[in-house]
Design a protein around this ligand. Structure first.
Ligand SMILES: [Zn+2]
Ligand SMILES: [Zn+2]
Ligand SMILES: [Zn+2]
Length: 386
């Protein structure tokens, strides 16, 4: 009844993922056609969905060590509105790193700039996935302690306790040495109002150079025990769990940046899925592996479209302000190698005047649009006229 995943692709989580996704679609269709009972459908579709999400997790984990898998994941994800929103933040802010903000629940959320300098908060898991596939780079920002019992960081407090009775009602006293006479006592014995006065020689300690802090002595206000290092633990006020560091769940909180290379790739590919969808819907063939062969080597474009016998190479470039001349020149150089019948540069949101001049000088056609969809429709119009 179901198509089994091809055993040869068992090592490739993306191929297997796609096979399972089409099995799931198949199953949904059978259920819609009333060829499956509700119960059977629910059990089977849950199994498939679980396997799909395990494969996804596996693919993102493997992508950290496998650049070709990472790139395939990136190319799939440039179409995702959430990914586009994050990339747009880096384009808009000139690459400003995303640093977390912690709300009352102490869960990190990242302020992503949107149009009109508004912002929207994004959770760490989406950024983590973008880092897995190599779009973003992480650096350690903070660590938070979560309760191992209820899994929540919001009510965890660090505790310093009496080593004898476990009370948290302890006094922590610094031990001070008066350097001139050698007297060592607790700070509270030196303390007279705002001043420190030596209990032995009665001199006023005026500068930090006249004494040194040699350690800490704790005393318990409950059982009056004295000790140097208090016992440390964490306490969750939400569920009453008292736990030690080895039992704590410690979560790394990262800040995220986007390298210039990653940003360049995103600028080029973000509109590709939109463009290929619009072209295919209008009966134009699109090569998924957008390579055109030249006499000496293969060159890669954002998309290669085929209309009747004509080959049309399209590159896409996105900018926060206007796309300048570099992508035009790059496309021109590639057309010398691959000699397509026509070359189009799709620019979001607009081209600089110089870029337009250089394009017309080199017979590069141009399509500008405020969004990828608008640019894609203009590319379609140009191709239909060719
Ligand atoms: Zn708890
Ligand atoms: Zn005590
Ligand atoms: Zn003294």
């Amino acid at each position: 009844m179901f198509v089994m995943a091809n055993p040869e692709s068992a090592n490739d989580p993306l191929t297997e993922h796609d096979n399972l996704s089409s099995e799931l679609a198949n199953l949904e269709k059978q259920f819609a056609d009333r060829k499956l009972k509700q119960e059977e459908f629910e059990v089977l579709s849950k199994q498939l969905r679980d396997r799909i999400s395990r494969l996804e997790a596996q693919a993102y984990g493997m992508a950290r060590k496998d650049e070709s898998l990472a790139k395939r994941l990136r190319l799939r994800n440039y179409n995702d509105p959430a990914v586009q929103q994050v990339v747009a933040h880096y384009i808009r802010t000139g690459g400003r790193p995303l640093e977390p903000e912690f709300g009352a629940d102490r869960i990190p959320r990242y302020p992503v700039e949107t149009e009109d300098s508004d912002k929207t908060m994004i959770g760490q898991p989406s950024l983590q996935r973008m880092a897995d596939m190599g779009m973003l780079t992480e650096s350690m920002f903070e660590r938070i302690v979560s309760c191992p019992n209820c899994g929540v960081p919001s009510n965890v407090f660090q505790r310093f306790k009496c080593t004898q009775c476990g009370s948290i009602d302890i006094s922590i006293n610094r031990m001070i040495e008066h350097l001139q006479c050698g007297t060592i006592h607790q700070e509270s014995v030196f303390r007279v109002g705002k001043n420190l006065i030596c209990p032995t020689c009665k001199k006023l300690l005026q500068g930090a150079g006249e004494y040194r802090v040699i350690g800490v002595v704790c005393s318990c206000n409950g059982c009056h025990a004295h000790f140097e290092d208090p016992a440390e633990s964490f306490f969750c006020r939400k569920c009453g769990n008292d736990f030690s560091l080895p039992k704590a769940i410690i979560v790394d909180v990262q800040s995220y940046s986007m390298t210039k290379n990653a940003l360049d790739e995103a600028r080029r590919f973000m509109g590709v899925n939109t463009l290929s969808q619009i072209l295919v819907e209008n009966g134009i063939q699109v090569r998924t592996h957008p390579v055109a062969s030249g006499p000496n080597k293969e060159v890669m474009f954002s998309i290669v479209a085929q209309k009747d016998t004509k080959t049309i190479a399209v590159d896409i470039s996105q900018s926060d302000t206007e796309v300048d001349v570099e992508p035009i020149l790059e496309l021109y150089v590639k057309t010398l190698e691959a000699t397509p019948d026509a070359a189009i540069l799709g620019a979001v949101p607009t081209l600089s005047k110089r870029a337009r001049d250089v394009a017309s000088l080199h017979n590069i056609l141009t399509a500008e649009g405020r969004s990828a969809a608008e640019m894609a429709r203009k590319v379609l119009e140009i191709i239909q006229r060719i």
